[in-house]
Design a protein around this ligand. Structure first.
Ligand code: AHR
Length: 520
């Protein structure tokens, strides 16, 4: 297609230049090659009695935004927008010295207590019944944690009896006396929180925790065999006991528990964005290792049951670390862990969601930590609520990522990150929503400099066309949303994806979060 004199037409020249410059990647799927159906709980979140998560976040009776129960309606709206399927409660570190009985019954009789985990005063004006009411209004399920730090089998059994037993016993009748005739029927329960961490009140060795978790879980399942139990795994993959902890705990608890927890937070304190965005490689490795340990224990027990993963705390967390060191102690609802998230944080949150989905056969529960004000996608003040940057990839995945995950082969150029080593520029996963007859592609281009041309053969999906290509991109990786400027970083339906001859062609802009919806 050259002119007779051998020179290129203008558009040809442009195309060739693009060919030279633009990175290319290929995504390969087969509609029969399924990783797993998606457990909707993978898009869960977390509310802890910490900072302003409960008080001022979801509950503020004195606020003009409060409903008749004191719940913030503006927060509820944003939670519903995210379609949050399950919320873990009441902690976190908080749960390890919490007495759940302090938070039920007449509010005027509830005691104020010191919270040793966060060194604040807890008034107990909000407790488990308020939380179950709030969860109903938010259209979400409750995931309850029991205290295995300062307490044990008896208190956990009583809490379960209070929540799930039909009536005619001391605890179930107490619930009725408190105005809740029907049981709460909470299905998913955490056996403590981060019990491997020296910072945890009641920190234990793996052997000590394993015995307590097994005996507590055993008692709880005798009382209500319909529940599912999560044993504590390591607090993160860098814990010195990581690996041994999981093996020891699961060996003891194999018959009792259904999931092992994983917690993982990342930060960019060194301001090395390429490494920061490569953190999804680390998460991928972490999940693979924990799944292998689960399978080792299954094999050792000659078992038929898979232990799956509850990634019940994950996020970016580092922005607020310095400010938190200066906080006054033993006050109520301080501005604690109030990370203000920037655009690159949203990219990593997107990549972490993609990583979790790629492991949907093992990661059944995930909790973005947390939901409101505390390392959260949603922020509140006395004058309103707004969406942080990380709100968007979370909301997109939770609302559009339903159905089955396809085994998504990504042939992408790679780079060498200072931390985490080799990382692909492209993170991608394809979800087939059979019910809606829709295919959804989630993708992050982590390249700090260049756009990327991507192709995906879609011929098995005859007639499918691009319905929408949502893009979230910003020139400034450090751009944030604030109350004064809440829409500085927002997604737009502005992408260029198109299907031609059964092949999806798309250019993913440098450092961008992309969602492509395909249907007939
Ligand atoms: O989410 C904040 C804290 O992080 C949780 O309380 C704890 O479990 C983790 O260390």
């Amino acid at each position: 297609m050259r002119y007779e004199n051998g020179s290129l037409r203008k558009e040809e020249y442009f195309y060739c230049r693009m060919e030279e410059v633009m990175k290319k990647a290929q995504v390969i799927i087969d509609k029969e090659y399924i990783v797993s159906s998606i457990d909707k709980r993978i898009y869960g979140s977390f509310i802890e009695h910490l900072g302003r998560a409960v008080y001022e976040g979801i509950y503020q009776p004195e606020s003009p935004f409060a409903d008749e129960q004191g719940f913030r309606k503006d927060t509820l709206e944003l939670v519903k927008e995210c379609n949050v399927p399950i919320v873990r409660y009441p902690g976190g570190n908080f749960v390890s010295s919490y007495r759940w009985e302090d938070g039920v019954g007449p509010k005027e009789k509830r005691p104020s207590q010191v919270d040793l985990a966060w060194q604040v005063v807890e008034t107990n004006q909000f407790g488990l019944n308020e939380f179950t009411d709030w969860a109903k209004k938010a259209g979400t399920e409750v995931m309850m944690a029991v205290n295995l730090g300062t307490r044990g089998i008896q208190e956990s059994k009583e809490l379960l009896e209070y929540c799930n037993f039909k009536g005619g016993t001391q605890m179930s009748d107490l619930r009725k006396e408190h105005g809740y005739e029907a049981p709460h029927n909470i299905k998913t329960w955490c056996l403590g929180n981060e019990m491997d961490g020296p910072w945890q009140i009641g920190n234990k060795t793996a052997v000590e925790y394993a015995r307590l978790a097994h005996e507590t879980g055993k008692a709880m399942k005798i009382l209500d065999p319909s529940i599912e139990l999560v044993a504590c795994g390591s607090s993160n993959s860098h814990m010195p006991t990581f690996g041994d902890w999981e093996a020891t705990v699961l060996d003891e608890c194999y018959d009792t528990v259904d999931y092992v927890s994983m917690h993982q937070y990342y930060g960019n304190a060194d301001n090395d964005s390429a490494s920061f965005l490569a953190s999804s490689v680390d998460l991928d490795q972490f999940i693979t290792t924990v799944a292998s340990i689960c399978d080792y224990v299954k094999g050792k027990h000659h078992g038929s049951k898979n232990i799956n993963i509850s990634l019940d705390e994950w996020n970016v967390w580092y922005h607020s670390n310095e400010a938190d060191k200066k906080l006054e102690k033993w006050i109520q609802k301080p501005h604690q862990l109030e990370d203000v998230y920037n655009f690159e944080d949203a990219l990593l949150v997107g990549s972490m969601l993609i990583t979790m989905l790629r492991h949907a056969d093992r990661v059944k529960i995930g909790c973005l930590a947390q939901l409101v004000n505390v390392i959260a996608p949603i922020m509140t003040s006395d004058t309103g609520a707004w969406r942080q940057t990380i709100f968007y990839p979370y909301m997109h995945a939770a609302t559009l990522g339903q159905g089955t995950v396809l085994n998504t082969i990504v042939k992408s150029p790679v780079y060498e990150a200072k931390k985490h080593g080799e990382a692909p520029y492209l993170d991608c996963v394809v979800v087939d929503n059979g019910e809606k007859e829709e295919v959804v592609i989630f993708a992050v281009n982590k390249d700090l400099e260049e756009d990327m041309e991507v192709t995906l053969d879609l011929r098995q999906y005859a007639g499918y066309r691009v319905q929408e290509h949502i893009v979230m991109q910003h020139d400034d990786l450090k751009a944030v949303n604030t109350e004064a400027d809440p829409d500085n970083v927002v997604p737009k339906s502005s992408g260029n994806a198109r299907v031609e001859d059964g092949v999806l062609n798309v250019v993913f802009g440098k450092t961008s979060w992309n969602v492509i919806r395909l249907a007939r």
